[in-house]
Design a protein. Structure first.
Length: 163
């Protein structure tokens, strides 16, 4: 079970190792995630990028894009990660159903991502855009809560406003 959670965190973090373990207040409740475990047929696409101070644009090329249910458990997990921590699950190990509630993929060279199949619902779409200048890492995580709607175009752009 612990391996599944670590894999999910590594997926968001682009395999970077966050520094501080932070105990989760919310517990993973399979019942609260039941709607997200249903088979879906919706396609979610998008693009993640940041503008550099000099006007250049950097995409999430090669990084992961992840779609999490917008539940208290995952909202807290994402906030811990964005603040430089890693969700600690020693007292809160999710069961095998955990992996079925989120989707992940890699961004292409232009920063586009495509996630499917997805059940309709409220989600957190997240990716990471990073680059290095003079041995200093720049950029960061981008995330936004979105509504995935059956029969609609579900394309979401993540940029500077989504930090």
């Amino acid at each position: 079970m612990k391996f599944v959670w670590i894999a999910a965190v590594a997926a968001i973090a682009g395999c970077a190792v966050p520094q501080k373990p932070v105990e989760m207040k919310n517990k993973f409740d399979p019942a609260a995630h039941a709607a997200y475990m249903q088979p879906g047929s919706v396609r979610v696409t998008g693009q993640a990028f940041l503008r550099q101070q000099g006007g250049g644009t950097v995409t999430c090329a090669g990084s992961r894009a992840v779609l999490f249910p917008a539940t208290p458990y995952f909202r807290e997990s994402v906030e811990i990660l964005v603040r430089g921590g890693v969700p600690k699950v020693e007292s809160n190990r999710p069961g095998p159903e955990f992996k079925s509630v989120f989707r992940e993929t890699r961004c292409d060279a232009q920063g586009n991502f495509d996630l499917e199949p997805v059940a309709p619902g409220r989600y957190i779409v997240m990716s990471e855009v990073r680059w290095t200048i003079a041995n200093s890492r720049q950029g960061g995580y981008l995330r936004r809560e979105v509504d995935v709607v059956a029969g609609a175009t579900n394309r979401f752009l993540l940029s500077d406003a989504d930090r």
